[in-house]
Design a protein around this ligand. Structure first.
Ligand code: 1CP
Length: 343
């Protein structure tokens, strides 16, 4: 049995101090990240440069000693491997070719034809498995099908996933077909990450909150359950974290319904609520608001302690409720870690 703290928490152990990592811990708030990204040229070149992607993954581990490293890549690389066009508009964000017709769906590559594009990502994982400190857990990841589909349909990030909801109503067969293609490809993609050395995988369903009622069951719960069952059949000991962001009451029972070992909680719900309703049935991760990494001060320390205390009775991995933002101060991250570890 390993003694890595993240793996112990994922097995359900209650630790005296929760292990910590942070969503987007390798990112623009760090000067060393900005320097490596400039060296790579642009964001996508950084993702596909295994040496430099491993370097930016390691930067926050060296600086802060987080208990986990998350592979540096992006959820939109899988659509690119499936045949979508992908580019990043400077200062704006990702852009993709749109997918709204049966013909465009039929034009995607199959799940076994994604690995040529994604080979550099597997290489990054291999480098990290070699170079990370012994005590640091390596997390691989992918986007969940609904979130990935929302970008593929709209061709960009959308505040309400309007185009994806519109296709779901107008052409259910094409929409469901796309969800199935992404689901199957995600199993292959994550399985290759595990073979390359990822010890845990996380499914990011950043836009799960816009799925209501039966849609939440059909397009957030069911695809996650399918991916998790397929991964566990191939890798029985693999711990899996699911993040149905802004699911609200949908967090309750999500781990049981999907087979996830841990549910990551965003900061739209209180840690006391999540402890009572979600952590009672297993490990949770979260959920400090990322705004404290910008504003700092006594509020940061108080709210960090509040999260630690609220989750102290059950298995917990300390994290933010969503990714740290580019305007955050690296010193506030140090203060947060000191507040968690009681320094
Ligand atoms: O300019 C830059 O350098 C790019 C900023 C950036 C970074 C650092 C993007 C663009 N992606 C990433 C890396 C990334 N993305 C990681 C690496 C590991 C880490 O956390 O340190 C991970 C796990 C992701 C996942 C990701 N990408 C998600 C899910 C999590 C979340 O934040 O909700 C999503 C939705 C994306 C899409 C994406 N990639 C980048 C941006 C700016 C966006 C959001 C775009 C939008 O919705 O408009």
């Amino acid at each position: 049995m390993t003694d890595k703290t993240i793996l112990r928490a994922l097995r359900g152990e209650v630790l005296p101090t929760p292990p910590i990592w942070m969503m987007r811990q390798a990112g623009r708030y760090l000067p060393e990240y900005r320097a490596t990204r400039a060296q790579a040229g642009d964001f996508l070149s950084l993702c596909y440069n295994s040496e430099l992607a491993a370097e930016v993954t390691l930067q926050p581990i060296r600086r802060y000693g987080f208990d986990a490293a998350i592979l540096f890549a992006d959820i939109l690389l899988l659509p690119q491997a499936l045949g979508a066009k992908l580019w990043f508009e400077n200062g704006e964000g990702p852009r993709l070719s749109t997918l709204t017709t049966p013909a465009e769906l039929a034009g995607l590559r199959g799940k076994d034809d994604i690995h040529d594009t994604l080979a550099p990502i597997y290489e990054t994982v291999k480098i990290l498995a070699r170079e990370l400190p012994r005590e640091t857990t390596l997390i691989g990841f992918a986007g969940a099908p609904w979130t990935v589909a929302s970008y593929m349909i709209a061709g960009r990030g959308t505040p309400d996933q309007g185009p994806a909801h519109a296709l779901k109503s107008a052409d259910r067969a094409t929409f469901s077909g796309l969800i199935d293609v992404i689901t199957d490809a995600t199993v292959e993609y994550l399985s290759m990450q595990v073979k390359a050395g990822a010890e845990v995988v996380k499914l990011f369903d950043s836009w799960a909150g816009s799925l209501k009622g039966q849609d939440f069951t059909d397009f957030a719960v069911k695809p996650a359950a399918k991916i998790i069952a397929a991964l566990k059949a191939r890798h029985p000991d693999l711990p899996i974290i699911a993040f149905p962001r802004e699911a609200g009451d949908g967090y309750i029972g999500f781990a049981q319904a999907t087979g996830a070992d841990c549910v990551a909680i965003d900061n739209s719900v209180s840690p006391e609520w999540a402890a009572e309703k979600v952590q009672v049935t297993g490990c949770v991760q979260g959920n400090l608001s990322p705004t404290h990494m910008v504003t700092g001060g006594t509020d940061l320390v108080r709210e960090t302690r509040r999260v630690v205390d609220a989750f102290a009775k059950g298995p917990h991995i300390f994290n933010l409720g969503h990714g740290i933002t580019p305007d955050a101060s690296p010193d506030n991250v140090t203060r947060m870690i000191e507040a968690v570890r009681g320094a």
